[in-house]
Each structure stands twice: as structure tokens, then as C-alpha cells.
Design a protein around this ligand. Structure first.
Ligand SMILES: [Zn+2]
Length: 162
């Protein structure tokens, strides 16, 4: 029987560095300011919970004490900031990504949201730096478009643990 050659300690060390560098490269863009790679992994996992049904439910149920409705917040360059923590963190929270928008029919009967009677175009967003998730909404209210944000303040965590 031919025994597989055992790797030397130096070779094993080399593999660990390779794997670590690979994981580090994957996680780096998700790493919150001052956070670790483990925080980055948490940010990736939580952002995937913003699925289509969760977004529709958030738009429908807001306002709620776990779903704050606010204005869209921009800096002086018209760049969107995290509406949940821009006051505390300033320009730190400009790194925001959006996901595909969802069109929700309101049928002029508040079926999309309590906030507007008509349809809502919902754009899910997340900030990797602070981990907040929010939705930018364009809502039709009798032919006028209202623009607002819905911020998750724990609603998702509670719904998914029910
Ligand atoms: Zn934030």
C-alpha cells in the first residue's frame, strides 16, 4: 500500500494562508467600518433575508414601531446615506448597494401600503458599513409620487424568529 505523503508543516501553513486570503478577499467588501471579517459574514447573511416577500410585507406593515418611515437622506453631492444612522456616522455610511426593485400593486385601495393608496415601487438597499437595511419607496398617491424610506428596526429578525 502506498501511503500518501504527509504534507510538511510549512506546506500546511501555506494552504491556511491561501484559504485565509481567499476568504478575506470575499468578505472584505462587506466589512463594516471598524468591524471584523466575522461582522462581514453576518452582514452577508442578514442582507439575504431581504427577499421579495419580506419587502412586500415591510412596505405593507410600515409604519410600525419596528419599521420606521422616514425621508430619503442625501449628502451635499446628492448621494444617498443610510437613513438609520447618518446622523451619528456621517460620510461613513455612504457605501450603499441596492437590489432589484419590486413593483407592488396598490389598486388605489392601500393594498401595497397604508402610506399611499396606489402602487409602490420598492428598492431594497443595504449598507455594509453599518449593517442597516432599508427600502426606498416611490408611492403613488392619487397621481402624486411620494418618496420615502422604510427602515428595518428589528422587524425582519422578529418575523424570521416567529
Ligand atoms: Zn446605518
Amino acid at each position: 500500500m502506498i501511503k500518501a505523503r504527509q504534507e510538511t508543516q510549512e506546506e500546511v501553513k501555506g494552504h491556511i494562508y491561501e484559504d485565509f486570503n481567499y476568504a478575506s478577499d470575499l468578505l472584505q467588501p462587506w466589512r463594516p467600518a471598524g468591524g471584523t471579517l466575522a461582522d462581514a459574514a453576518t452582514a452577508i447573511i442578514t442582507s439575504s433575508t431581504l427577499n421579495r416577500e419580506a419587502i412586500k410585507e415591510m412596505v405593507y406593515h410600515a409604519p410600525d414601531n419596528r419599521l420606521t418611515v422616514g425621508r430619503v437622506v442625501c449628502d451635499e453631492n446628492n448621494q444617498i446615506m443610510c437613513p438609520a444612522c447618518w446622523r451619528d456616522r456621517g460620510e461613513e455610511v455612504l457605501h450603499i448597494n441596492f437590489e432589484p426593485a419590486i413593483y407592488i400593486d396598490g389598486n388605489d385601495k392601500h393594498q401595497a401600503s397604508e402610506i399611499v393608496q396606489g402602487d409602490v415601487l420598492a428598492i431594497p438597499c443595504s449598507s455594509h458599513q453599518c449593517g442597516h437595511q432599508f427600502i426606498i419607496c416611490l408611492g403613488n398617491q392619487k397621481g402624486r409620487i411620494e418618496i420615502f424610506t422604510i427602515i428595518n428596526e428589528g422587524w425582519i429578525a422578529e418575523i424570521f424568529s416567529e
